[in-house]
Design a protein around this ligand. Sequence first.
Ligand code: ATP
Length: 206
Amino acid sequence: MEGEKRGPLAEGERVLLFGGTFDPPHNGHIHFLKSAIEAAKPARVVVMPACIPPHKAASATPAALRLAMCECFKPLFPALEVSDWEIRQGGKSYTIDTVKMLEEKYPGASVYLCVGSDMLTTFTEWRSWRELLRRTVLVAQSREEGDMPELRAAARALEAEGGRVLFTDTPALPLASTDLRAHRRDLSLVPGAARRVIEENHLYER
Ligand code: ATP
């Protein structure tokens, strides 16, 4: 993993985990991560492309290319690493395992977990979600205009179970990788570093 040279974190410092398929990364991800950094004030950010996301079909895009595309997040924060840990584990990627890995790697740190609307409203379907609630603080972001009431209700339900949810309070930037894969002409919505990987490797061409 990159960034080892920065040394251990102090007790209580925050590690912000941004996981996803990133097939491809897009401006909605950039918008979310920027807002989450402002809200969570982390000491370190870890961007973690999944090997196989448990809730979706496996990506047709090679993991190495999804990892390469995630380089586009690096300018957002000085202590940001793009990790290949989930990809190296192989198989389905469960966030609870990743959180435990980060806790071991950064003893005493608090893990903050980025969740877009779709992830927040389906959180109770995640493996070991109660344990995740105990171990992390969720950093939530709206993805669609008008979805805040549903998100606040989902957050209240998780808080009733002992969870902690921090909202970014920035407006939604409705974008999804699925649409970008289907409409390659919209690549202007993909950050430059990721767009170059797409073009050089002829991704999403039909
Ligand atoms: P797909 O369309 O392939 O399902 P996606 O656009 O949802 O992909 P992911 O890589 O699965 O992208 O998302 C990673 C994380 O970023 C998730 O927490 C997701 O909710 C969040 N996210 C994705 N797009 C946005 C967006 N436009 N605004 C805020 N959060 C987003």
